[in-house]
Design a protein around this ligand. Structure first.
Ligand code: FAD
Ligand code: NA7
Length: 585
């Protein structure tokens, strides 16, 4: 686009107007007034004179699509469409908007300094914008709190993967004897040593985030943010001191926090993933309530440390994931020491003894009948879902809609809420994958769109993921259940493969366990709709398959790809067969 820039103002904020040239009409007179207004306020503005450029007609088409407005001038203030001269100028709306706009403290305020918020803030600062990030951790009911970086760094992906690695090392120690390692000392796991090392690493990451914000010129405030006006927030710090800030645009990236059960004793005596990774003592015999990936991952590594672990499952394992794979994950865990109490829910937690850990009595009831059970545990870990942090940030004051059911924020395909200058990203979005790389990507692309660097939208389709259970589960695309729902069973072909990792053969363990499957669309050249793999390093394998799926991977292309031997990743190469040929997996 050929853009003429006017107003040598010092502000970095830019007004854009798409105009016909020449003051020879009523519109033209308004135009001059608009230009004068821009100049008098000392703002930067871009003008695109459509009748003077080659692709003017194409741009006008695009404009109609974006704004529904067929005529020029077509005015945007900070990328918010304000209309033509009659709506924008005559009504006084443009003057008001500009005056307000120029009075704001920041171009962008981001509420929430986690994966999405930090990525968005840093990218906006890279684009020369004046940006503030607020991040504040409300202590868990047990008082746990942490530093800058959000869930992933402090109480999610990072400590979880490191604890999983600690458990895998325990397994490797067992295997190592078969590979000739001899040692006489009693091998045991020390919770405190592990936790201290992990927390030190997290501390260094927190510091790194602060540093990178400072380097990029982003203002970071360790305060709780809450809307008090359309363009105004209240920031409350740990001491209760309140400060007010204004911005032209806002991004909400407040994430989620663990849910509690609402039964007697849950908040008093139970821990959640917010507490587990920094627990100052070994949790001992533990009941894990819930059967989603957080629950199964935690049960997996705790069992790997030699602890007595029971998982209380209300209905199915890994709801939303491929159920055939989910059951295999569960049966591997069961074979490796995890106990499952299926179709039960807790009804009361009582403290029998204080201590680190103490003793808790858990009463539970069947979901299928009148049966009730009781048992005693040292720790009860709740992993029963997470609530969006959207209900106490003043959204109702500025009219941002949230889902009454789950508190999630509905947005359009450019992460814009129903209030045009307010955007949302990350875990709080309705119907989007709750994963760190998704939040990061959405944040970065949003900043680029908001501040004129690109129009690229975040692609939420075929996002790969992994469950770090003892038998790792990587997947990308649709589960078999979802594929049947969308494409109908008769249009699908499902191919399976079983494999035994070389490393496991010598150690003599777990034959007939690792497997993969692809779900293909027969009506579309056997295009791969879903990829699922169970085995070591499943995440590393899945990442490559995800790229291939983005390129339109078909069964034939998989067959034609030469594998790397000997690896688990070579599963793709001519090994996928219909279920009957594999002999059942
Ligand atoms: P968050 O990272 O949660 O950041 C939100 C921030 O905003 C927090 O710091 C919060 O304290 C702050 N905040 C909230 N309200 C306010 C307010 N009013 N004012 C100021 N600050 C506020 N994802 C993966 O991709 N891979 C994994 O392996 C993985 N493992 C996980 C394991 C666990 C146990 C959990 C719980 C999650 C895991 N996730 C994983 C998910 C991942 O952590 C989230 O998808 C990601 O952190 C979402 O980023 P976000 O920016 O939306 O929110
Ligand atoms: P999820 O994925 O929402 O799963 C919640 C799990 O807890 C699931 O197994 C539920 O069983 C179970 N649940 C929910 N309520 C109860 C009660 N009242 N009693 C017993 N069990 C219950 O939550 P996660 O925390 O694992 O993960 C949420 C996000 O956090 C995830 O997407 C990541 O981004 C991080 P159900 O299947 O509903 O019967």
């Amino acid at each position: 686009m050929r853009v003429r820039e006017g107003g040598e103002g010092t502000r970095s904020r830019v007004i854009q107007a798409l105009l016909p040239s020449g003051p020879d009409s009523e519109t033209g007179t308004f135009l001059l007034q608009v230009k004068e207004l821009f100049s008098s306020l000392g703002v930067n503005y871009n003008i695109l004179e459509l009748d003077q450029i080659d692709d003017g007609a194409g741009i006008q088409e695009m404009l109609i699509e974006i704004t529904n407005q067929k005529t020029v001038p077509n005015i945007f203030v900070n990328k918010v469409h304000v209309g033509g001269c009659d709506q924008a100028f005559q009504s006084g709306l443009l003057q008001k908007l500009l005056q307000e706009y120029l009075a704001y403290d920041y171009d962008l305020i981001v509420i929430g300094g986690g994966s999405g918020g930090l990525s968005c803030a840093k990218e906006a600062a890279n684009l020369g914008k004046k940006v503030m990030v607020l991040d504040f951790v409300v202590p868990s009911p047990r008082g746990t709190t942490w530093g800058l970086g959000g869930t992933c760094v402090n109480v999610g992906c990072i400590p979880k993967k490191l604890m999983h690695q600690a458990a895998l090392l325990g397994q490797a120690l067992h295997d190592s004897r078969k590979f000739g390692w001899e040692y006489s000392q009693l091998v045991k796991h020390n919770w405190e040593t592990m936790t201290e090392a992990i927390q030190n690493h997290i501390g260094s990451l927190n510091w790194g985030y602060r540093l990178s914000l400072r380097e990029k010129g982003v203002t970071y405030i360790n305060s709780y943010g809450e809307f008090v006006g359309q363009h105004k927030i209240k920031a409350t710090n740990r001491k209760g001191q309140e400060t007010f800030y204004t911005a032209a645009k806002f991004v909400i990236a407040t994430g989620e926090r663990p849910r509690y059960l609402g039964i007697p004793g849950d908040k008093e005596y139970c821990v959640t993933s917010d507490d587990l990774f920094s627990l100052p003592y070994c949790p001992g015999k533990t009941l894990v309530v819930g059967a989603s990936y957080v629950a199964l991952e935690c049960s997996g590594f705790l069992t790997g440390f030699g602890l007595d672990i029971t998982v209380m499952v209300r209905s199915v394992l890994l709801r939303g994931f491929d159920q055939e794979m989910a059951e295999k994950v569960g049966s591997y865990m069961e074979q490796h020491g995890v106990k499952f109490l299926r179709k039960f829910i807790p009804v009361m937690i009582q403290q029998l003894e204080k201590g680190s850990p103490g003793k808790l009595k858990v009463s539970a009831k069947s979901t299928e009948g009148a049966e009730t059970i009781e048992d005693v545990y040292n720790t009860v870990l709740l992993a029963v879902g997470r609530d969006s942090c959207t209900r106490n940030i003043g959204l109702e004051k500025i009219g941002v809609s949230i889902s009454e059911r789950n508190g999630k924020i509905p947005v359009n395909d450019v992460e814009q809420t129903n209030v045009p200058h307010v955007y949302a990203i990350g875990d709080i979005l309705e119907g989007k994958p709750e994963l760190t790389p998704v939040a990061i990507q959405a944040g970065k692309l949003l900043a680029r769109r908001l501040f004129g660097a690109s129009l690229e939208k975040c692609d939420y389709i075929n996002v790969p993921t992994i469950v770090f259970t003892p038998l790792e589960y990587g997947c990308c695309g649709l589960s078999e259940e979802k594929a049947i729902e969308v494409y109908k069973k008769e249009n699908l072909e499902v191919y399976h493969t079983l494999f035994w990792p070389l490393e496991w053969m010598v150690a003599g363990r777990d034959n007939n366990t690792c497997c993969a499957k692809i779900i293909c669309n027969k009506l579309d050249s056997d295009r791969v709709l879903g990829f699922h793999v169970l085995g070591p390093n499943a995440g590393e394998i899945t990442q490559g398959f995800a790229a291939a799926m983005k390129c339109g991977l078909t069964k034939q292309l998989l067959d034609d790809t030469v594998g790397i031997h000997p690896t688990c990743g070579e599963v793709g190469n001519r090994r996928f067969l219909p279920l009957a040929s594999v002999g059942g997996v």
